[in-house]
Design a protein around this ligand. Sequence first.
Ligand SMILES: [Ca+2]
Length: 232
Amino acid sequence: MRMSVAAKLTAFAADETGVVSVDWMVISAACIGLSLATVSVVSGGFDDLSADVASSLAGRPLIDNFHDTGASAWVLADTGFSAGLDGWGGDGTITTVAGFGDILVIDPGGTVETTLSLPEGARTAEIRFDLVGADALSGAASEIWVNGVAIGIARVEAGTAVFEAPPGAPVTAMLAAGGRDLGAGLAPDAVLSVAVAIADPGDTLTLSVRSGSDTAMAQGFFAIDNVVVAAA
Ligand SMILES: [Ca+2]
């Protein structure tokens, strides 16, 4: 049977064979077109940004934290007491203690101290050291002084440490390890990481650490270790 042209057109318009493929092609083409348009719009911006980052990084020297102040940094002391007293004096003895290595043990009631000359132009100084409270100190205190000014006091008992500082004192102390036996005798120990930051430090810096322990050193003691002093 022959169909009229109008009937063929009507049949063609009503026929849904292949319609999904046609839809897929149209949608895919739209997606690809949109992607190409997006790339051309965005890529210019990324090129600009990456060029800016590259030129900014290329002109920048490698720096450490001290250079944030705009000054050079000087390391004035860096000692773990394995090579001697390194300028420390007072009532202390370098002792090799199991679990702690070489540390500067402070006599009961005694004070150890060091004085450092600061480079001309130094605007800040930073002191870091470990304060060891070993064994049965039973609440004994260790006082920290900088240039004759008390900046903090640590009380140690059974491997726990409480640190107090005058309001505004530029000092922080964190318990780096404690609550268990770290070395020396079998009783629990505490190690405080002490950091002091001093603005306008002047010509010299004297760091003093006093042991308020009144027990024999075999029972418990304060000691210091890993002293780093830097200026900038
Ligand atoms: Ca111990």
